[in-house]
Design a protein around this ligand. Structure first.
Ligand SMILES: [Mg+2]
Length: 148
């Protein structure tokens, strides 16, 4: 039975909302704030925890929205920026989905029978149907280790 842990990015692993003028820049079509965001965790510690989970049979999926105003072309730029960010921190993943703002996240990972969602947005967590959810602001790394 394939099982996945699904990570949001903005406000979950990437501190987008602390980037100065992030919303204005995104609304103006810039994808720079995604590259400028600092990580919200010690990425060495998080990456090690994720590698242990992968070794234990979990697939790691990243499911993240584009900005609220992005058109198709801008969404592609955002996709590249977010991939670049993940690669810069050597974040391990088996799948990456940068989807239109507002997309139902569970629809992007239908191949899994169980999925745990890690997302800072309570509304998105409540709409998740594949399994449990984790609030990343509550001892994320400890909670991940419990899944081993
Ligand atoms: Mg988020």
């Amino acid at each position: 039975m394939a099982k996945a842990i699904c990570f949001d990015m903005d406000g979950t692993i990437a501190n987008l909302y602390e980037v100065e003028d992030w919303q204005e820049m995104l609304d103006n079509g810039s994808s720079l704030p995604y590259l400028m965001a600092d990580p919200l965790y010690d990425m060495v510690e998080l990456v090690n925890a994720i590698k242990d989970l992968q070794a234990a049979g979990w697939y790691i999926e990243v499911i993240t929205w584009g900005s609220r105003t992005a058109n198709k072309c801008q969404l592609e730029e955002i996709r590249q920026a977010k991939l670049e960010w993940l690669q810069a921190y050597e974040f391990p993943f088996d799948g990456f989905h940068c989807v239109k703002y507002g997309t139902t996240k569970a629809k992007t990972v239908v191949k899994y029978e169980t999925g745990i969602l890690i997302d800072d947005n309570e509304k998105i967590r409540k709409g998740w149907k594949l399994g449990n959810t984790l609030n990343p602001s509550e001892n994320l790394i400890e909670e991940l280790k419990k899944l081993l």
